[in-house]
Write a protein that binds this ligand. Structure first.
Ligand SMILES: [Zn+2]
Length: 343
């Protein structure tokens, strides 16, 4: 009985000591940096931009920008600088100055982009070109990717930057895998998918120019643009032409030389337009010109449906001897278009 009591007291003292040590440690423990993960949005992009502008002397080769570049949803305050003349995070009065609007949603380590496979060599066309373009970046672009990947064909995804999510089918890791592993082209379709003609010129610039910057920051070779809702005016086209190699609008027409790369027309893939689409492919094949076929993957309820229509068009183009199926950007290279202007 005496022994039992002694044992009980010893165990109690031991547990209390451990608890005390844990308490002391947790009070004094201050992590050297914290990582804040945010869903990407225009507001968050503005937070990042404001951090960048206030801390313009920070060495961007490390700290949050390099982390931001490897993972779109991570903004870290692990900002360091080598020179004493440069600001560090401690020069700012409080963390909340930076992260006021940030929502901490996850602290798992960021995924790592797969290595990028080299682009294929592109030659001038001899029997026409067909390009496939999917607008918006929707879950089915990822979940139905076998329609393209299984046929060894590459698609251009005109991406709405705000559709890139942290997890799920529309995640950044899936999109960068389509580019790096499967050779897809990731192009811009604005940040928020607005009607561009209803915006001020500054807002248009934000949607058109900044979407390119953001996609490049996220690791995408963004060189081309498509207009949401096919809604454009001269300002939209001029702003887009200042930073992109091409702009795709929504009008239904085959393309032919001399090409206007600032107004690329397209046909829309739909189950009811098979004959029209086959005629467009035939015309590009016969005239050695370019046919762009666009679609929205989210308009298909299942993979069999999309395989019948989109896959059917791929098979038809493949049945034409010597016809090339290229991304928008590879088609532009094949046709000798000038390189994309810088941002
Ligand atoms: Zn769209």
């Amino acid at each position: 009985m005496k022994m039992k009591l002694k044992k009980g007291v010893a165990a109690y003292i031991c547990a209390a000591t451990v608890l005390l040590l844990v308490l002391i440690f947790s009070c004094s423990y201050k992590p050297s940096y914290e990582t804040v993960y945010m869903p990407i949005s225009s507001e968050n992009a503005q937070i990042v931009n404001s951090i960048m502008s206030t801390t313009s002397t920070i060495d961007y080769s490390k700290g949050f920008l390099s982390r931001f570049q490897t993972y779109p949803h991570a903004v870290s305050q692990n900002v360091t600088s080598d020179s004493s003349s440069q600001k560090t995070i401690s020069d700012f009065s409080s963390e909340s100055e930076y992260y006021e609007d940030a929502e901490i949603i996850d602290e798992t380590p960021p995924p790592v982009a797969p290595p990028q496979k080299p682009r294929r060599q592109v030659t001038a066309p001899t029997n026409g070109i067909v390009s496939f373009a999917s607008d918006d970046w929707s879950p089915n672009d990822w979940s139905y990717r076998d329609i393209f990947v299984g046929r060894n064909v590459e698609c251009t995804i005109y991406t709405v930057v705000n559709n890139i999510s942290q997890e799920g089918d529309e995640s950044w890791i899936n999109l960068i895998t389509l580019q790096n592993t499967y050779g897809y082209e990731i192009a811009s379709h604005t940040i928020n998918h607005p009607r561009l003609t209803e915006l001020s010129q500054d807002q248009q610039k934000f949607e058109i120019v900044d979407s390119k910057k953001q996609l490049i920051d996220l690791g995408f070779d963004c060189k081309n643009f498509s207009v949401p809702f096919g809604d454009y005016n001269d300002d939209v086209i001029n702003i887009a032409a200042s930073v992109y190699r091409s702009t795709r609008i929504s009008e239904n027409e085959n393309l032919s030389s001399p090409y206007n790369f600032n107004l690329l027309k397209t046909f829309w893939i739909d189950a009811s337009t098979t004959i029209e689409l086959q005629a467009a492919i035939d015309a590009a094949n016969i005239n050695n010109s370019w046919c762009i076929l666009s679609f929205h993957s989210n308009s298909y309820d299942d993979i069999a449906d999309m395989d019948k229509t989109v896959g059917g068009c791929i098979d038809y183009a493949k049945s034409k001897s010597g016809m090339m199926i290229l991304t928008i950007d590879d088609a532009l290279t094949s046709l000798g278009a000038p390189a994309a202007p810088g941002v």
